[in-house]
Ligand binder design. Structure first.
Ligand code: ARG
Length: 582
């Protein structure tokens, strides 16, 4: 569907033409004086200069040519503004078309295009910590938004499963159980199917090994193990399989709790096979050059305001690094999926890394000139006091602990207020807690830092996830009490609150487009907060179910129904859903 602003601008341009003026003056904007009008056109003021006459005369002539049926107010005011309010009939038709169109008539700007969203970024063998919350939920939301806007999307978790952490674990395991067959180079049989460690053990092995990095002998051992693993040493590959087998189900489980789902569970290890050919090609074509024993890709540009160092492709000891893997991953993605767009959601402290990789990818032709590469660098989630989040003993908080803290807090409210029967407590709690967590995060601009405030995020009033859910639940209950409503059509607004709600509904499409182009789920949050506010106001001022005029009542219900469906669509794009009762 065309956007309202485009429709009334086109009509205004025609009116300028019909009145004898140039169409370019007919641009309509949302009013900056909502007390006076909803939309305005200031074109007569500029036209006056060109046509050398009084702006008000032009404005009056243009107003004459507009179709009065479209507006409840259309007037020329001094010195030459044109003020507009949409008519009830216009709004009714527009909203009813939204109601009956797929996805409310939103323009599928991504149709025919594809996007890869690289988000999550979990590291195998390390528990997810609070730093993994933002990339998971921002990425999930951006992926859903792209899909909604017509893109074919692939979400890839891009596991950290290939670096030194694997060598550290292998080295530590060797210190503890050198007799295991994995370490015997002459072993040719089948390795045990059962893992030599449990998840709990693994979660202890890694930090222990990591703390020994400063011991040069141990560090050397871990580096060698990493190297040999990457060279394909059979026993080490088998340990690696066990690490993955033990760690992945747990990662999947926690992402599942967050309602975060990846189409692909690929990782750095999957990029590894692409590295040798890529590196030799880059060397051969002179894209990679030698520098102090390493191979690098210079990526500085004349227009740079700050220093952009070359991307290191191969270190002087012959090993590949994070950037090498990311570049090789692009080779794989282009070859297998050929996407129009690749989006990376990570901490903004990785800005330079992605700047270097993106430039190297373009320079080398690994991606096409027109392939869109974007890094969504997010800010940090701090504690309620604004300081970095730490556990009581100063450690990094596990993501699971954060989720269960929120869940416990919400559960106590659900139980205390007897919101649902006992058997529904867990399911309802989970939905509200997820909404609190996700909305608390997503309502902030991704790049900004924010403070995690459990009580504020979980509050049922204010700009929170639970407030949005509460609004939806309330509307659902009105609709349920009314009965069958899906077939009801939208009617003209019967009161100012209805009109305000209808005007807010018309902003759905434009909001989705800006959220997409700005990669900003926070715009969806701001929109539903406004929509929930106008819906609640309407509901308060209008005795919906008590209305005796059946025709009028049906119109109210249709409006509530459309509001509910839009709110539900929006929260689905944010990655959470509403319970039945609250
Ligand atoms: N595992 C990485 C980290 O913990 C994040 C991966 C992000 N994605 C990527 N393609 N580099 O920092």
């Amino acid at each position: 569907m065309n956007k309202i602003l485009d429709i009334i601008t086109a009509k205004m341009q025609q009116a300028f033409i019909d009145a004898g003026y140039d169409a370019s003056f007919g641009r309509v904007t949302v009013s900056n004086r909502p007390d006076l009008c909803e939309y305005q056109c200031n074109g007569a003021l500029s036209a006056a200069k060109q046509y050398k006459c009084a702006p008000i005369a032009i404005a009056n002539a243009v107003v004459e040519k507009l179709d009065a049926n479209d507006y409840s107010l259309v007037e020329a005011v001094m010195p030459g503004f044109i003020n507009l309010k949409l008519s009830g009939g216009f709004l009714r038709n527009y909203l009813d078309e939204m109601r009956t169109s797929p996805d409310f008539g939103v323009e599928k700007v991504g149709a025919g295009k594809s996007a890869v969203v690289d988000y999550g970024g979990a590291n195998v063998a390390k528990p997810l910590h609070i730093g993994h919350l933002r990339p998971a939920i921002i990425g999930e939301s951006l992926k859903r938004l792209h899909k909604f806007m017509g893109y074919d999307t692939i979400g890839d978790v891009h596991l950290g499963d290939w670096g030194l952490q694997m060598g550290l674990i292998i080295a530590e395991l060797h210190e503890r159980q050198p007799e295991l067959p994995y370490f015997d180079p002459d072993f040719t049989g089948d390795y045990p199917a059962e893992s030599p460690f449990t998840l709990t053990e693994l979660e202890e092995i890694y930090p222990t090994a990591s703390s020994k990095k400063s011991d040069p002998v141990f560090a050397e051992k871990a580096h060698t193990a990493t190297y040999e693993l990457q060279q394909g040493r059979r026993g080490y590959r088998a340990i690696w399989d066990h690490i993955m087998g033990v760690s992945l189900p747990d990662l999947r489980r926690i992402y599942g709790v967050l309602d975060v789902h990846f189409e692909k569970w690929l990782g750095e290890s999957d990029a590894d096979p692409y590295i040798p050919a890529m590196v030799s090609d880059l060397k051969e074509r002179g894209i990679a050059v030698q520098s102090e024993g390493a191979w690098v890709i210079p990526v500085a540009e004349d227009t740079d305001k700050k220093d952009v160092p070359p991307m290191i492709l191969v270190k002087s000891d012959g090993s590949a690094i994070y950037a090498t893997t990311d570049l090789a991953t692009m080779v794989q993605r282009m070859q297998d999926w050929n996407p129009d767009k690749m989006l990376y959601v990570t901490d903004k402290r990785q800005n330079l890394h992605f700047e270097q990789v993106f430039r190297a990818a373009k320079k080398s032709g690994i991606v096409k000139a027109e392939t869109e590469l974007q890094h969504v660098g997010h800010g940090t989630m701090n504690g309620a006091d604004g300081k970095p989040f730490k556990t009581r003993d100063g450690g990094v908080l596990r993501l699971e602990t954060l989720i269960s803290d929120m869940t416990d807090f919400v559960r106590s409210k659900v139980v205390e207020n007897k919101i649902v029967g006992e058997d529904e407590v867990e399911a309802t709690t989970a939905k509200i807690a997820l909404a609190a967590l996700k909305y608390g995060d997503l309502s902030n601009q991704p790049t900004k830092d924010y403070n995690f405030d459990l009580e504020r995020f979980a509050a049922f009033e204010g700009n929170t996830g639970p407030y949005i859910l509460y609004t939806i639940v309330r509307i659902k209950s009105i609709l349920a009490r009314y009965g069958d409503w899906k077939h009801l059509s939208i009617q003209e607004p019967a009161n100012p609150e209805a009109k305000e709600l209808m005007l807010t509904i018309t902003k759905f499409g434009p909001t989705m487009e800006s959220a997409l182009s700005n990669l900003a789920p926070n715009m969806i949050c701001a929109y539903i907060y406004e929509l929930a506010g106008t819906a609640n106001k309407f509901y308060h001022e209008t005795p919906i179910l008590k209305e005796e005029n059946e025709q009028l009542k049906a119109g109210y219900i249709a409006l509530m129904g459309l509001t509910k469906e839009i709110l539900e669509t929006c929260i689905e794009l944010l990655g959470f859903e509403a319970p039945e009762k609250m």
